[in-house]
Design a protein around this ligand. Structure first.
Ligand code: SAM
Length: 428
């Protein structure tokens, strides 16, 4: 009879030691023996020191592999395991430590060691081989459960990936913003999607994403400025996804905030918000609409007043639309945005879509079902053609840095580079 998934788990758990491999940042493989426990979700957990090669490697490239079993003479069964490592924190870490300490009674003592840290690997693939049978039994398991179990489309799910990144920023030492709802809104599928995308670059799994953190903070400040300065009392968040600004920003009294996104996104979001009894700090209204179809009627029905200026935000949206849809979107916004209205958006250039530097990333997004399609090289000119006076800032430049951008700001006149910019503009 074929070995079951549960039996493979039990086989792994019968081993307290594994060979673990990571990749040094000069791309050399490095291996070590580690004491492990394996959770119900096939996660492998171990402790190590900050100063170890594996800790340093996994912080720069989170891809990790193990061999479990098969090392003793006569034990002709083995598990090869490939996954993505992170260093969990908070309640999650405490639970994992309890499992670990049950198997390693000296574990609690080691907590006092300087530089002790805890690594958890989430599985992406494993192969169980039993060479005691002829022919050998080989079973492969693939783990994309968080994503595969979600009922949302890949484009809808991107909103939960971004929420996962906001959760990491919120839980970091000196957060640029706090979004206490982000972790719940992201859920397993959001973290799974983020892990899958970060694995393409071998990026650390449980750290904030500098770009997304800067973008969130930039638009937090910019939109509050926009509604504080003048007569704007309506905000429209286009493709709101898991955006929780209605709940976490200090809005002026009397402000109405419209969130637009598709049914699948709000079905997920509203259920979580209701469970958490989240209370908005403004008059929050939902508009369930597809932005590639006529949508302004639904916004008007929700109470939007086109005779008054408004603030619009299109964060993390335009790249998922094609040229036609973006042109239609701006025509629609133009039809309801009175002079004095404000808009914020992030936009990529065409090199982002075509450059060799980003080819692997673009392919990954396309393979996952959420390809990036729209880029524009001169957002100011693009906005001017639609009646907006815009200003652009690149992450890393003063105004979009917050001490967080890990690279030198790219000179604006350096050609042929993939770029993503933060844009704000006024109508009229
Ligand atoms: N703005 C949010 C943020 O920054 O966290 C979400 C960004 S997420 C990367 C992209 C969002 O665009 C998803 O919520 C998705 O549902 C939404 N979206 C993409 N195409 C859309 C469309 N045609 N109509 C409505 N929403 C759309």
């Amino acid at each position: 009879m074929a070995t079951t998934r549960q039996q493979i788990l039990e086989f792994m758990r019968a081993h307290r030691m594994a060979v673990q491999a990571s990749v040094a940042n000069w791309s050399a493989p490095q291996a070590a023996a580690v004491g492990i426990v394996v959770t119900d979700a096939f996660e492998v957990f171990f402790d190590t020191l900050d100063t170890s090669r594996k800790a340093a490697n996994l912080r720069t490239n989170s891809n990790v592999a193990f061999v479990i079993g098969g090392l003793l003479d006569g034990e002709e069964k083995t598990v090869q395991y490939e996954g993505v490592a992170d260093e969990p924190s908070g309640v999650e870490l405490e639970q994992l430590k309890q499992e670990y300490f049950a198997s390693f009674p000296d574990g609690p003592e080691r907590q006092a060691w300087a530089g002790i840290t805890y690594v958890r690997a989430r599985p992406r693939w494993l192969r169980f081989s039993d060479f005691t049978q002829s022919p050998p039994e080989i079973i492969e398991l693939r783990f994309d459960d968080g994503l595969a179990n979600s009922t949302m489309t890949p484009v809808g799910l991107t909103s939960r990936w971004i929420a996962a990144a906001r959760a990491f920023e919120t839980e970091s030492e000196a957060p640029l913003f706090r979004d206490p709802l982000a972790r719940a809104l992201a859920g397993t599928a959001g973290f799974a999607m983020m892990a899958e995308i970060r694995a393409v670059f071998g990026l650390p799994q449980s750290k904030p994403d500098p770009y997304l953190s800067i973008r969130t903070r930039f638009f937090d400040d910019a939109i509050i400025d926009a509604v504080s300065e003048g007569p704007i009392t309506q905000v429209v968040i286009l493709a709101a996804g898991m955006d929780a600004r209605a709940f976490r920003l200090e809005w002026p009294a009397g402000l109405t905030l419209f969130e637009i996104d598709r049914h699948e996104v709000f079905d997920h979001k509203e259920a979580i918000l209701a469970r958490l009894e989240a209370r908005p700090r403004c008059d929050r209204r939902l508009v369930r609409a597809d932005l590639t179809k006529p949508w302004t009627e639904a916004l008007l029905e929700a109470g939007f007043d086109p005779s008054r200026p408004a603030a619009f935000l299109a964060e993390g949206l335009l790249m998922y639309l094609d040229d036609r849809a973006v042109a239609d979107l701006f025509a629609s916004i133009g039809g309801i945005a009175r002079a004095g209205s404000w808009i914020g958006m992030d936009v990529v250039n065409t090199d982002m879509l075509t450059s060799g530097y980003t080819a692997v990333y673009m392919k990954k997004l396309a393979d996952m079902g959420c390809p990036w399609k729209f880029g524009v090289n001169d957002p100011i000119e693009f906005l001017a053609a639609h009646g907006w006076r815009g200003a652009v800032v690149e992450p890393g430049e003063p105004g979009a840095n917050y001490g967080r951008w890990p690279f030198p700001a790219m000179p604006r006149d350096m050609p042929n580079l993939p770029r993503i910019v933060l844009v704000t503009a006024r109508a009229g």
